[in-house]
Design a protein around this ligand. Sequence first.
Ligand SMILES: [Zn+2]
Length: 87
Amino acid sequence: MTCPSTEELAAVYDGNLKGRQALKIRDHVAACPRCAHELHVLHQSLQSVPKAPTPPGDLAAWALRPRQKSWIAPQVNLFSPHRRPTK
Ligand SMILES: [Zn+2]
């Protein structure tokens, strides 16, 4: 398989790409240092984007209210051997 495009890597990372195509790309990334590095860079750049919404005027109330889990991106580890498709 040839290296997937950055767009395809991003789609897999975001979970927008599913099924056989996503599995093929994940398998490729697991075996290809170049794509693994590209995905790592993608991950780093996405991590630097602030995910929390702008705090409202009442900062104290905002800080004390319960955390919303939806702010936190799910931890996706494409390289974990435990996540490899079993077949
Ligand atoms: Zn590759």
